[in-house]
Design a protein around this ligand. Sequence first.
Ligand code: KMH
Ligand code: ZN
Length: 273
Amino acid sequence: MEKLIITAAISGAEVMKEHNPAVPYTIEEIGREALSAYNAGASIIHLHARQDDGTPTQDEKRFAQCIAEIKRLCSDVIIQPSTGGAVGMSNDERLQPVNLKPEMATLSLGTVNFGGDDVFTNTETAIKAFIERFAQKDVKPEFEIFDKGMLDTAHRLIRQGLIQTPAHFNFVMGVNGGIGTSIRDFAYLVDSLPQNATFTVAGIGRAEFPLAALAIIQGGHVRVGFEDNVYLSRGVLAKSNGELVEKVVHIAKELGREIATPNEARQILKLEA
Ligand code: KMH
Ligand code: ZN
């Protein structure tokens, strides 16, 4: 089986220090959390930027500062900025980090409720515009899948020649409004993937580690981090993103799956080194 790519979603846009005091806001804190995840075995850092007070921002300059700090501390890690940003941001605002030409960035393939009154909006027109901008800047998309219909959208856009294959997907499972976290839900998504696709799984909250184990067994990849879950185990806050990554490494080792370095992850995902 392929080596395991671990993505650390270190910051997110919705999780705050009130949820876990180690959630990073400042450039220095972002660097600290990226380094802890990298040292533990993460090869990809999924990045949301914040202002110093924790307000989410897609500001290009702020992203450039965060990326510089992460590269200073972990020079070979793959940095994957978010273009999801936070609920309510405009598409232009969200696309800013793509101008920095990162190796990868996230690209959501549909609209989903995000609990309460929040709706994470991704119209078909917007999705096509995002795909075009990624292609212009030569950025590999990680397609964010919050529900099964989004994979059907991927199939349609592949048929239309708008999505290049092999494509890479992230199943975000357990958002209030998206697909659930059962084994059946997981199998349904895996069975619905386009040919030759790679996938990673991000389980929300307490689903993070059970879904990580399923992905490890199934030959997929794993995302963990404060964006998705702040607990190491029931009632125990993780002290760092690194602790969450360490737990995945431990599960993978027990199950006989080796961990990919950043350069091995580049080969698996067909990114240029
Ligand atoms: N913060 C969510 C509204 C992504 O990073 O691409 C969207 C999100 C997806 O986190
Ligand atoms: Zn994100």
